[in-house]
Design a protein around this ligand. Structure first.
Ligand code: UDP
Ligand code: MN
Length: 295
């Protein structure tokens, strides 16, 4: 007998699949009741903006992220590709996930792209792309819609519970981020749901010392501050988060989530760039890739 435990699966051939499974596997934890394609989960909408740059690890990173999103109901994914035109390659990949998404693009100008010998935090990473995402929201969503906006880099690691926290946000919510700022985590230190101070080590002058992954904003504020854009000037890169938060909120308005900011549900992981033999060397060895068009 096959057991399908998603509550909307029409092929379900067993009345109480979960109870049956529990008999078989007593240590099982109850399945997540929500699923992204479940029409019966009436939860607040999340608009998630993901800038994404072209690199060999992009497809696996986005695949991993997309498959996290299968766990998240009512999320609309705004993917902004760092290219002068949207590529067919990325369009095909995004379509293959069967998730609700829009594929936009803008190229970071060459003179602002990180180079090999520059420390990357001095460069805008995904800034132009996030601005395109904001612009899309302002023209394509209703300012009265009760929805949340989250900026999600393509290489971070997201626990599904993070999205439950995002949905609790009334105005601007904050929470810890793992593996960031040369620490195991950075976090707001909270007393009774309000920010008292911050645990952080790098760039101590930041007014809101949190990573982009550490907050979500109500869509209303994105419409209200209708001209706000991230500043692309290279010197203010560690300040991106502080700038948007300083514009749209104040420290005493911030809502501490993730159990009063004691749980880590998102990690600022980085995919290592793989060493790849150059095309030229391969050619010298009499070899060439034949699947490049399918990548
Ligand atoms: N990104 C981009 N263009 C760039 C650099 C980065 O679109 O020139 C994207 C990248 O794919 C990621 C986000 O911006 O989704 C943050 O970049 P990255 O992960 O390199 O930054 P870090 O982890 O160092 O903060
Ligand atoms: Mn990253």
């Amino acid at each position: 007998m096959i057991l399908y435990i998603k509550n909307i699966d029409t092929r379900q051939d067993c009345n109480k699949p979960w109870e049956h499974l529990l008999e078989q596997y007593p240590a099982l934890v109850e399945p997540i009741r929500e699923s992204w394609n479940d029409p019966s989960s009436f939860v607040r909408k999340i608009y998630m903006i993901t800038p994404t740059k072209t690199r060999a690890e992009q497809t696996p990173d986005l695949t991993r992220l997309a498959q996290t999103l299968y766990l998240i109901p009512n999320l609309f994914w705004i993917v902004v590709e760092d290219e002068p035109q949207v590529t067919l390659r990325l369009r095909r990949l995004l379509r293959s996930f069967h998730l609700p998404f829009i594929h936009l693009n803008i190229a970071t100008p060459d003179y602002l792209k990180p180079t090999q010998n520059q420390s990357t935090w001095r460069r805008p990473r995904g800034v132009f792309q996030k601005n395109i995402g904001l612009q899309w929201l302002r023209t394509n969503t209703n300012k009265d819609e009760d929805a949340l906006v989250y900026f999600a880099d393509d290489d971070n690691t997201y626990h599904w519970k993070l999205f439950q926290e995002i949905r609790k946000v009334q105005s601007v919510g904050v929470w810890p981020v793992g593996l960031v700022g040369e620490l195991l985590y950075e976090r707001p230190i909270c007393l009774n749901g309000r920010v008292h101070s911050w645990f952080h080590y790098m760039y101590r002058k930041r007014k809101f010392p949190t990573d982009m992954a550490g907050f979500a904003i109500h869509l209303r504020l994105i419409h209200h501050y209708s001209t706000y854009v991230f500043n692309v000037s290279a010197t203010s890169i560690a300040e991106q988060e502080s700038q948007i938060l300083n514009t749209m909120t104040t420290i005493d308005q911030l809502e501490c989530l993730a159990n009063n900011a004691t749980k880590i549900y998102v990690w600022h992981t980085k995919t290592q760039s793989m060493f790849l033999t150059s095309i030229e060397r391969l050619r010298n060895a009499g070899m060439k890739y034949d699947l490049v068009n399918q990548l």
